[in-house]
Design a binder for this molecule. Sequence first.
Ligand SMILES: Cc1cc2nc3c(=O)[nH]c(=O)nc-3n(C[C@H](O)[C@H](O)[C@H](O)COP(=O)(O)OP(=O)(O)OC[C@H]3O[C@@H](n4cnc5c(N)ncnc54)[C@H](O)[C@@H]3O)c2cc1C
Length: 494
Amino acid sequence: MAEYDVIVVGAGNAALAASVSACENGAEKVLVLEKAPKNMRGGNTHWSGGVFRFAFDDARDLEPLLPGIEDQYPNFYDGVTPYPYDDFMGDLMRVTGGQTDPELSDILISNSRDTVMWMHGTGKIPMEPAVGLSGVDKDGVIQWQRGLVVRAEHEGVGLSTAWFATAEAVGVEIRYDSAATELIQDSKGWVSGVKVRGPDGVEEITAKAVVLGAGGFEANTQMRAQHLGAPLDQAKVRGTPHNQGDGLRMALDIGAMPWGQWSGCHSTPISADWGQFAPRELTDKSNRLSYLYGVMINRLGLRFLDEGFDVQFLTYAKYGRIILNQPGGMAFQFFDQKTVDLLEPRYSTSEPIVADTLEELISKLDIDDKDQALQTFNQYNAAACDPGGFDPSKKDRLSTSGLDIEKTNWAVRLDDPPFHAYSVTGGITFTFGGLKIDADAQVIGTDWRPIPGLYTCGEMVGGLFHDNYGAGSGLVSGATFGRIAGRSAAQIEM
Ligand SMILES: Cc1cc2nc3c(=O)[nH]c(=O)nc-3n(C[C@H](O)[C@H](O)[C@H](O)COP(=O)(O)OP(=O)(O)OC[C@H]3O[C@@H](n4cnc5c(N)ncnc54)[C@H](O)[C@@H]3O)c2cc1C
């Protein structure tokens, strides 16, 4: 007789969604194992911005999530553009170069709105508009980036806190300082429990089904070196230090199939001032994502990417890796007075370097070829546009003309002092490689057959993201597949 109906490994968004869904679908005894101590609980979910990307056909579809929002923001819905299934799918296909798994991406997108409604209703997660992040004020109305309007109240901290409260309220047992180390199988190959290293030592705990929601391997330097290669092995970690690839290793050990891009990860421009691991209290404030309104150069004084290729939330997840591949693994973002007011509020967690001329600003920075840097700005300014027509609320098509690497939107001259510079590097957020699952979130083995009793969700699911990612997809994917995994695990027939 198993001790639990369902054991869930991990306590982030995906795992806690799975635990609540398991209870909702009839499981009576559900155990969550959290490797971290209580004061570090919640995985990357705690660190996250709490923003949700989901499909909807009408701006008013958001009303149940944001009751009374027009009292605070009159004309709120005038700035919200619908984001139907095809547009979400189009964005996901575009950012992944067509590599997203067709079955999983369809499940994610077709369930995305219902998932967020379920998080709000059953999960009891309060929501708010993602002000200061995704919206730009234009003539008194906030214009929202498509599909990226809603976040959990108080961002990832609020999301994580609400999930723990709901899981506890529905009767989920949570053990902290309890790392799953191994999956147990019975003689028929059913996953029948886990080995755990808890506060009092090692023990085996049995269950009818196990859901793995233990995150990726982004905090594990050896696995980063092995799968992502240099320089990502040395990248600063943006989230929890506890996602060490344990769940992936345990599943691969019993024959689970690796799936998706194991050499790929979510890596974003972050402040170069941050340490090897992001401080928990500063959550996601390391990001430096307003580069689309400025110009980025490396230590050789050269531009190396199109800062204005697209809105930041469709480019940021790949630009970190490109920055890491520059000399010294760093770069500098430059802005002038036309755009400093547009910088995301999180830039305030570091001090800009300021000067009245570009030459003086360059002289203050750790740039190896300062003459080249000045030449780069002179060439950029000669190829850039007048500010008339500059529109930060959408791709404005103000492009440079004649540069080796054009800036294809928001390319206005940098000529309004004082100038501000920020030093940036690439931080790693999470890894894209994971396990193969079916539509029930059941893990598939290398023999292409489901492994009975084993389910997974969240960052551990492979195949959705490749090279790049659209902001807000991770949490919605985690809750979508977590909800499915919990339901499947609860309804398992032995
Ligand atoms: C700074 C930052 C900002 C982000 N912002 C957003 C955003 O705004 N929107 C968005 O959609 N996504 C965002 N993301 C990504 C998002 O946070 C992740 O996609 C999501 O949290 C993953 O959820 P998860 O449940 O799979 O993993 P996690 O939330 O990381 O949870 C993994 C859990 O597993 C536990 N664990 C690990 N190993 C073991 C073990 N052996 N035994 C027991 N437990 C174990 C960990 O302690 C943790 O509790 C952000 C990420 C970061 C780091």
